[in-house]
Design a protein around this ligand. Structure first.
Ligand code: SAH
Ligand code: F3S
Length: 449
């Protein structure tokens, strides 16, 4: 009988990518079939996130629900991966004894052996016997050498090009949970992109925690992200390229030039700034000022006047005054950000910022977040409204979730646009051109051209 696997993914796109690779890997090694209901599975994997306290709490709630399933089915195995696994290691077993194995973001390729060991399989190979049921080490880039080529799901795909982060922003756990920056060699990334294109992928999103720090080996030398993007743009079939997430410091002139010279790079960039106050940016150890950020955006807009920009913001960082916060609001107004992410600061154990005195009340932080999100919302709505009447190219993603009689696609600035299929004859195209007819709160409507 085929064994069934259920994976629950928390957190970032990198985790989504890793979860998809786990499914590919266990499909190959043990014939595991992915199911949508945990009740049906023989193996439950939780891919966790520890970026904020709330994300971390979700882990033990989830494991609590799965304990009931294990009581009914003692053969069920439960594995915990991702950043909470990396941070907590063996302590996971103490709080959640129903867990069988713990693996980190860099050791998920060892899952097949760990599962054999957890099952106490009669014939375990020697390597498996030596493997502990906790493995949250950082074996450099070995992971990618051990994973099968990915299977495409639809026309857009993630491709992880580097792991970890060496920037050590004072609030952030990523360098501790994912380790320092390690890049995949160019040839390795290209093999994956070519395999995806052959399966019909038309848009790739190059992923890394600090993706513009990419330095991939090539012919005894190294390529930066801009060079990698050039190679990816040459792959037949790849018509759209995105990359996430960048740090403003390494958003270099070569990347601006890439936007100027590579039409496949979409008219959208996610470039987190966190705060508009120089004092707070320094305390965050971001390494740049608000005006440095403005200057980078100005350079980019010289070559891409219509580019849509999004960012991440942290509100209520320790010591943030009203004035600091107003400077963030000013930066948002100056740049005119599109749909963005914003969070109340969450102290993470082991990070330098956790030791800073935090005098701002929770009520005040919530009020600031609400104001900031209202401003972002107003700006994003204005951008959507301004798209009405314009011509947009959509990557067709499939039937609309709202209305199955319609199709759905994505604009370059990553908005969902639904359109009627009446005028479509024959096979579903990869891309269509539409005129935007309406801007709804969370999507657009378009008319096929
Ligand atoms: N490079 C990463 C960014 C880190 S996590 C990426 O790939 O997305 C995403 C965002 O979470 C950060 O940009 C930051 O805005 C937010 N974040 C990180 N640590 C945080 C903390 N301790 N409290 C609140 N928000 C945080
Ligand atoms: Fe975190 Fe800063 Fe790196 S936000 S992922 S340490 S760039």
């Amino acid at each position: 009988m085929t064994q069934k696997l259920y994976i629950k993914t928390h957190g970032c796109q990198m985790n989504e990518y890793d979860s998809a690779r786990m499914a590919d890997l266990l499909g190959d090694s043990h014939g595991y079939e992915l199911v949508n209901a945990p009740e049906e599975a023989d193996l439950l994997l939780l891919n966790t996130c520890s970026i904020r306290e709330k994300a971390q709490e979700k882990v033990f709630h989830q494991l609590g629900r799965w304990r009931a399933l294990k009581e009914r089915n003692p053969n069920l195995k439960i594995g915990v991966g991702g950043c909470v696994a990396s941070q907590e290691g063996e302590r996971i077993f103490q709080r959640a004894p129903q867990v069988d194995l713990v693996f980190g973001p860099q050791t998920l390729h060892r899952l097949p052996q760990m599962i054999d060991a957890a099952k106490g399989a009669a014939v375990v190979d020697e390597a498996a016997q030596r493997l502990p049921l906790v493995d949250v080490t950082f074996p450099e880039i070995e992971k990618f050498d051990r994973l099968p080529d990915p299977r495409a799901e639809g026309p857009a795909a993630f491709v992880s090009v580097m792991e970890g982060c060496s920037r050590y922003c004072s609030f952030c756990v990523v360098p501790y949970t994912r380790g320092e920056e390690v890049s995949r060699p160019v040839a390795d990334v290209m093999r994956e992109v070519i395999a995806l294109a052959a399966q019909g992928v038309r848009e790739v999103n190059l992923l890394g925690q600090n993706v513009n720090a990419y330095r991939g080996a090539i012919d005894g030398d190294h390529a930066d992200l801009a060079e990698l993007i050039h190679y990816v743009a040459d792959v037949r079939g790849i018509e759209r390229i995105r990359f996430t997430t960048s740090h403003p410091l390494e958003f270099t002139d070569t990347l601006v030039e890439a936007f100027a010279g590579i039409p496949q790079l979409v008219d959208h960039l996610h470039l987190p700034v966190q705060s508009g106050s120089d004092r707070i940016l320094a305390r965050m150890k971001r390494g740049h000022s608000a005006d440095d950020y403005r200057a980078r955006i100005a350079a980019l807009r010289q070559v891409r006047p219509n580019i849509s920009l999004s960012s991440d913001f942290i509100v209520g960082f320790p010591g943030e005054t009203d004035e600091d916060f107003e400077q963030t609001m000013q930066l948002i107004a100056d740049i005119g950000f599109d749909t963005s992410f914003s969070f109340i600061y969450s102290a993470r154990p082991g990070t330098p910022a956790a030791a800073l005195e935090d005098a701002v009340s929770e009520v005040e932080k919530k009020a600031r977040l609400a104001r900031l999100q209202a401003l972002l919302r107003t700006q994003a709505d204005a951008i959507a409204s301004a798209m009405v009447g314009t011509r947009q190219r959509l990557l067709v993603t499939g039937p609309s979730r709202k209305d199955p009689a319609m199709l759905s696609g994505r604009t370059e600035n990553n908005r969902v646009c639904n359109f009627s299929t009446d005028a479509l004859a024959g096979d579903l195209p990869d891309f269509v051109d539409v005129e935007i007819t309406e801007a709804l709160p969370n999507s657009l409507r378009g008319r096929l051209l």
